[in-house]
Write a protein that binds this ligand. Structure first.
Ligand SMILES: [Zn+2]
Length: 145
């Protein structure tokens, strides 16, 4: 696709925040736009990390199993968290199941972020399941284990 001069500085052509090595437009952007579904739990994990980095709050809500927090508050909290934290680096430590033929999987990761001038590392083991536990269901983030 031809791009107008100056468009190269848009976030689409920059390396994807999930550090897959690809540009955002061929990595996590199609998922955030709803043009593509995560094929694996790891792909969903990466796309959710990128969504935090780019404040794609709708995507974060759509890929999380129903939260107990009322929606308006949940949305506000996500917005605040996206603006307070600058995500710097994602490192996938271990992946268990969560493949194209699985209904469930876990991803262990370390995510480096900066908040209030302080750099910290968040470590989490996340549980992912396919929607309705159906082999054609899209992947959802369930919770931290
Ligand atoms: Zn990505």
């Amino acid at each position: 696709m031809a791009r107008a001069a100056g468009f190269g500085s848009s976030k689409s052509t920059k390396p994807c925040p999930c550090l897959s090595g690809g540009s955002y437009e061929i990595c996590c952007e199609p998922l955030h736009r709803g043009e593509q579904q995560a094929a694996t739990a790891e792909q969903l994990m990466r796309s959710r990390y990128s969504a935090f980095a780019f404040a794609e709050v709708d995507y974060l809500i759509a890929t999380h199993s129903a939260s107990e927090t009322p929606m308006a508050r949940h949305r506000k909290e996500l917005h605040e968290s996206c603006h307070e934290m600058r995500w710097l680096k994602l490192k996938i430590m271990a992946v268990q199941a969560g493949g194209v033929d699985d209904l469930e999987g876990t991803v262990a990761f370390e995510a480096t972020y900066q908040a209030g001038g302080q750099r910290s590392v968040m470590k989490e083991l996340s549980l992912f399941q396919r929607r309705d536990r159906d082999c054609k269901g899209d992947w959802l983030y369930i919770k931290a284990l």
